[in-house]
Design a protein around this ligand. Structure first.
Ligand code: MG
Length: 277
């Protein structure tokens, strides 16, 4: 019986191998597919005790077709503009070299590596528009993957989830690996999509303990998909999240995940919390 179990496990690993091309699992994790969703059920449990990290059985966010709203609108007067269609001068790669993303027709296209904002922020309001490539290629996490990382480490996922299933905690508008979006409000690839996000930085005590976690409220295409949701720490693949104490500000990072995702009209307004205890 024991041998049989081993054989079945190995077979599962072999069968799922092609789907691992984008994000290879370490040998100890075996990808499983449930209802067309590829994920893992041998990763750490979420603190809710119900789901594994990237659990394919975790319910999918309900699909909500967005309405209409203003796009590529003029930023408010006090906004700090991080991309206005001209150049990537507000960004570098992670080593501080010029950002390798291309600018074409007023649009910034992801390429080669992640990019990081030169300016650092704590609590903020962010506006950003993105467009997934046409035709959509790849499945699950391999389809139009990018991401917005606040303070360089707290991700809100950017993915082409229009008709593309992935594990719920890795979908568009999700806190990657932690909390799914409340709704799947994705537009089809080739159409511009709009994020308006309020991020509150975590606070650490002098001993490094978390005094208050990071919070995020996310509107995607006019639909609220996170409502003051707490992060459980930095977001990472196959990790339930862990805090490492850091300073009060950090850069915004945009992910390059082997897909060419377009961006435009990126601006920030610092919105510091007041009346803190
Ligand atoms: Mg991502």
């Amino acid at each position: 019986m024991k041998n049989k179990i081993i054989v079945v496990t190995l077979l599962a690993a072999v069968v799922s191998a092609p789907a691992l091309a984008q994000t290879p699992a370490t040998p100890k994790n075996v990808e499983v597919v449930i209802d067309g969703v590829a994920g893992f059920q041998d990763t750490p449990m979420q603190p809710d005790g119900k789901w594994h990290v990237h659990d394919p059985a975790r319910p999918q966010p309900p699909v909500v077709t967005p309405g209409t709203f203003s796009e590529n609108a003029k930023p408010p007067a006090d906004a700090i503009v991080l991309f206005d269609g001209k150049d990537v001068s507000e960004w570098t790669d992670k080593q501080g070299n010029p950002a390798p993303w291309k600018v074409e027709d007023g649009v910034m296209v992801s390429a080669k590596s992640d990019i990081v904002s030169k300016k650092k922020f704590g609590d903020l309001q962010l506006h950003l528009e993105f467009r997934e490539p046409v035709p959509g290629k790849g499945d699950g996490q391999g389809r139009g993957n990018s991401g917005i990382f606040f303070m360089g480490q707290y991700e809100i996922q950017v993915l082409d989830c229009y008709g593309n299933k992935t594990y719920a905690d890795g979908g568009t508008g999700g806190l990657y690996g932690q909390h799914p979006a409340l709704a799947n409000a994705c537009r089809p690839p080739g159409e511009w999509e709009t994020y308006d996000i309020i991020f509150t930085a975590p606070r650490f005590g002098v001993d490094g303990a978390v005094e208050s976690p990071a919070y995020v409220t996310v509107t995607l295409n006019g639909v609220v998909v996170q409502n003051h949701q707490a992060y459980r720490g930095a977001t990472n693949w196959k990790s339930p999240g862990k805090y490492t104490p850091h300073g009060p500000t950090g850069p915004i990072a945009l992910q390059y995940h082997n897909n060419s995702v377009s961006f435009r009209n990126i601006w920030v307004r610092p919105v510091p919390l007041v009346n803190e205890p």
